[in-house]
Design a protein around this ligand. Structure first.
Ligand SMILES: *[C@@H]1O[C@H](CO)[C@@H](O)[C@H](O)[C@H]1NC(C)=O
Ligand SMILES: *[C@@H]1O[C@H](CO)[C@@H](O)[C@H](O)[C@H]1NC(C)=O
Length: 280
């Protein structure tokens, strides 16, 4: 017991000094910065309620997530579009990954709840983020922001963490939003030498009682949004945005990057810049 307490204190101190995969600034971790176009995270979306997560599985960084600690959903995940050559991994949603560092527990890797070191700290972890029980029987699916079908192998497995999920209507997840994800995979990936993607949500409220929530803990977003910045093989840039409604009729509307930035600026109250130089 004493050892446990001591370890907890030790790791908490480590975490607060920034040696943590929940980082003060994404730029602190070079292998995390690369998930952003030109190494620059979006401006205007972070706040005192958000945490920067460099998504790490077994020692390797796969993408970055800005996580809202009160809404318990990601504001966005940022990643590089990859070929998907492996099939969706067969992991039960009861054992999808969690992020120990959101509970100030200094384990750099995401870990499944069944992991032996997670068992004694599950209460603290559950307080700090959404877990399987929040989604179970809620009528909402676990919507990947960074989707599994844009990656292979371990990179694909790393998308199965609750910090990369937001409640998404089933028809939207498997319908129009899935069509957009397929468009990125089939039309954008082959045409680009590199494509940076940002996919995020617009919250329905910033605290329970405002908007729609699961178990008074997890916000159900009104919209999913996405933006891509593709460096074509010719060196030219291609960029587009989308705004998809998480309610019938689940319309996904094309937006330019400036239009999407304006919408997000109004929602989040500051000037939002998604890509450095607007990916010109
Ligand atoms: C992160 O650090 C970079 C480089 O020092 C800085 O330009 C940027 O504004 C910082 N971002 C935030 C959100 O503080
Ligand atoms: C939206 O953008 C896609 C891809 O650029 C294009 O094929 C489609 O026609 C656009 N839809 C509308 C309604 O403009």
């Amino acid at each position: 017991m004493m050892t446990c307490v001591w370890l907890y204190v030790f790791f908490t101190i480590l975490c607060h000094s920034g040696l943590c995969e929940v980082v003060q600034n994404f730029s602190d971790v070079p292998s995390c910065r690369r998930f952003f176009y030109q190494g620059q995270e979006p401006l205007g979306l972070s706040s005192s309620k958000t945490a920067n997560i460099c998504q790490r599985l077994q020692g390797v960084y796969y993408y970055a997530t800005l996580y809202h600690r009160v809404a318990r959903v990601p504001i966005y995940s940022a990643y590089i579009l990859e070929q998907s050559t492996t099939s969706r991994p067969d992991i039960s949603s009861s054992n999808w990954y969690l992020e120990p560092m959101l509970a100030d527990i200094a384990r750099e890797d995401m870990l499944p709840p069944s992991h032996s070191t997670m068992q004694p700290v599950l209460d603290a972890i559950t307080e700090s983020q959404a877990v399987n029980d929040d989604y179970r029987n809620s009528g909402q699916t676990r919507g990947h922001l960074n989707p599994s079908q844009h990656h292979s192998s371990e990179s694909q497995i790393s998308t199965f963490t609750y910090t990369n999920m937001a409640p998404q209507e089933s028809n939207f997840n498997s319908g129009t939003w899935n069509q957009y994800e397929s468009f990125l995979r089939d039309q954008i990936l082959p045409a680009c030498s590199q494509a940076h993607i940002l996919t995020g949500v617009i919250l329905s409220g910033s605290s329970p009682g405002e908007g729609k929530w699961l178990r008074n803990r997890v916000n159900v977003p009104t919209f999913f949004w996405s933006a891509f910045c593709c460096i074509e093989t010719s060196g030219a840039r291609r960029r587009e945005g989308r705004l998809g409604r998480n309610a019938s009729p689940y319309d996904v509307v094309n937006k330019t990057i400036p239009q999407l930035q304006d919408i997000l600026s109004q929602e989040y109250g500051g000037k939002v810049v998604l890509f450095q130089g607007s990916c010109q």
